[in-house]
Write a protein that binds this ligand. Structure first.
Ligand code: B16
Ligand code: MG
Length: 220
């Protein structure tokens, strides 16, 4: 029997809200403290990957080696700066089409989840006043393995009580698209088509989607 779409799993940073800018500003500041330049292009590699992997990439960019304790301190510092930015988020920062799509999906009985690598996801959702719009929230505090490992999406589907072939994932990062693929989940890329080639379809933002378009993509 053909599977029916029953759930949607949304990545947070880059799909529901553009926090990549704030991650960049905080990482750039850290790089500045360590004495090297960190560009927006360098920052592309950090999208969707965990905080500690991001730090490893940043240190490699600056040719810097640190022990575990020093890395932990740097990650805390970066996160403090990042939190200063995200505390200022308001519902006006929600990316176009997100609220409308969530409302429409709920009206059709489709469950909605967040599947984010961020350990700050709860704070971000609170600031955006979106917490109650999701049936399930899986964030970086709930998983052992970061994207491209599929754990975050697998847990989200499981908590929604759905099979992997009954959900669609929305992702802006290459690591996230790969994670969805590894879980056997259909994935819609949000962002640039050239970067998200593994996704079933790529949209600029969620305002390009509605329930009937999703059903078509899901069935294709
Ligand atoms: P944090 P997502 C990811 O969130 C970001 O895309 C990525 O740039 C960040 O390093 C990661 O969260 C960890 O974030 O430092 O807040 O725990 O895109 O999976 O929602
Ligand atoms: Mg993302």
């Amino acid at each position: 029997m053909a599977a029916i779409l029953k759930g949607c799993i949304f990545d947070l940073d880059g799909v529901i809200v553009d926090t990549a800018r704030y991650h960049f500003l905080a990482w750039k500041r850290l790089a500045g403290d360590l004495g090297f330049e960190f560009t927006e292009k360098d920052n592309e590699q950090l999208k969707g990957v965990s905080r500690m992997t991001s730090l490893d990439i940043l240190l490699a960019t600056g040719n810097i080696e640190k022990d575990k304790a020093a890395k932990d301190r740097l990650a805390v510092k970066k996160n403090e700066w990042y939190i200063e930015y995200i505390r200022k988020l308001t519902p006006a920062d929600i990316l176009p089409g997100s609220v409308e799509l969530l409302e429409e999906l709920h009206s059709h009985g489709i469950k909605c989840a967040v599947g984010s690598a961020s350990k700050n996801a709860m704070l971000i959702l609170e600031r955006l006043r979106l917490t109650d719009r999701f049936d399930v929230i899986i964030d970086g505090t709930r998983v052992n393995s970061a994207k491209p490992d599929p754990e975050v999406f697998v847990l989200a589907a499981r908590e929604m009580g759905l099979r992997y072939d009954e959900v669609i994932v929305f992702e802006d990062a290459v690591a996230g698209v790969e994670a969805a693929g590894r879980a056997g989940m259909k994935c819609i890329g949000v962002g640039k088509p050239e970067a998200l080639r593994m996704a079933a379809t790529v949209v600029t933002d969620l305002s390009e989607l509605n329930y009937s378009k999703l059903i078509k993509i899901y069935g294709s």
